[in-house]
Design a protein around this ligand. Structure first.
Ligand SMILES: Nc1nc2c(c(=O)[nH]1)N[C@@H](CN(C=O)c1ccc(C(=O)N[C@@H](CCC(=O)O)C(=O)O)cc1)CN2
Ligand SMILES: [Mg+2]
Length: 306
């Protein structure tokens, strides 16, 4: 290369004390994981003649859930697994749903069962997730898998926190001794996330809606995981310079031009130049949720051979 074909790149002005934030590419991490899964699915078919089967149950017509379910089905089939969709009307009763779950539990061609959340009013989500056979509970949300995750024993780990953990391990290596602050205590993300980080020998602080000064705790974190569903919650001062920030929030906002776009719980522009590493929304945690669902479905099928 001669000097003449080096195109000068305009310098991006960095303020004093600013950090060059590395964006965590969730799509790339998920693509690597998915490629491994695809190989293992082929091996399972070749050696044992088994094709993992995933039953996806959607009740009602929540537009976001419809998108996620379509995406789950498409990704399942892309890696060579089978997916069986049960799309039920919003009028479905709890008893009808329990009866479907019982049928899926008894079906030997189904290795994974998931019921998309949220469920319509009148259906007790905890009752439904508890009814899924723990060996097929690929969302890891039933009491047996929650218990196994808490004890650090091999079960099925909830997809979003597992995805966050794989991103953190992939980016940072060992997490031992790091201070992790988890903001949010949902069954889907916050609680299992805290347990997984504890398993990695992090020092874990969990903040939630009743925590007095979340910012004062958040800014002590080497790893900050935010899963609250409140857009704009995490401002620059909440982030310790150089911290790794995992933004699990997915909030739909309308731009002044009338378009819808997704934002996280972290004010992205303020986190840039402050965090050491940051997951974008979209393209951060979301793709890993789907990849981990595939991982859990494959694991459930592999374990069914034992
Ligand atoms: N039974 C379950 N219900 C729900 C879960 C779950 O893990 N199990 N998680 C969420 C929704 N969810 C999967 O179900 C999910 C959310 C987001 C994404 C994702 O890929 N997001 C993209 C953006 C996609 C978009 O444009 O909307 C991203 O962040 O890049 C995947 C899965 C609640 N319910
Ligand atoms: Mg994301």
């Amino acid at each position: 290369m001669t000097r003449s074909n080096i195109i000068p790149v305009p310098a991006i002005p960095m303020q004093a004390g600013q950090i060059q934030t590395r964006l965590i590419d969730g799509k790339a991490h998920a693509a690597r994981l998915t490629a491994e899964i695809e190989l293992e699915v082929a091996q399972l078919a070749e050696k044992h003649g088994i094709v993992p089967g995933l039953a996806v149950v959607l009740v009602g017509n929540n537009p976001a859930s419809e998108v996620y379910v379509r995406s789950k089905i498409a990704h399942t089939e892309q890696v060579g697994m089978r997916s069986i969709a049960h799309i039920l009307p919003g009028s479905t009763t709890q008893q009808e749903l329990l009866s479907l779950v019982a049928d899926l539990n008894a079906d030997p061609t189904i290795h994974g069962v998931l019921v998309q959340l949220p469920l319509p009013r009148g259906i007790d989500a905890a009752l439904i997730t508890s009814a899924i056979d723990p060996a097929k509970d690929v969302d890891g949300l039933g009491p047996m898998n929650v218990g196994l995750t808490t004890l650090g024993l091999p079960g099925l780990v909830p997809c979003t926190p597992l995805g966050c953990l794989l991103l953190l391990r992939g980016e940072l290596g060992s997490l031992k001794g790091l201070h992790a602050v988890v903001v949010g205590k949902s069954n889907l993300v916050g609680r299992p996330m805290a347990q997984l980080l504890l398993q990695e020998e992090c020092t874990v602080t969990v903040c939630h809606v009743a925590t007095a000064d979340v910012g004062a705790l958040a800014c002590l974190a080497d790893i900050l995981v935010v899963a609250t569903g409140h857009k704009g919650l995490v401002r620059r001062e909440w982030i310790k310079p150089g911290a790794t920030v995992i933004d699990v929030g997915i909030n739909r906002v309308t731009t002044p031009e009338g378009r819808t776009r997704l934002v996280g719980d972290v004010v992205f522009d303020e986190a840039m130049g402050r965090a050491g590493r940051l997951t974008p929304v979209p393209g951060g945690v979301g793709p890993m949720t789907i990849a981990c669902l595939l991982r859990n479905t494959l694991t459930a099928a592999q374990r069914s051979l034992r």
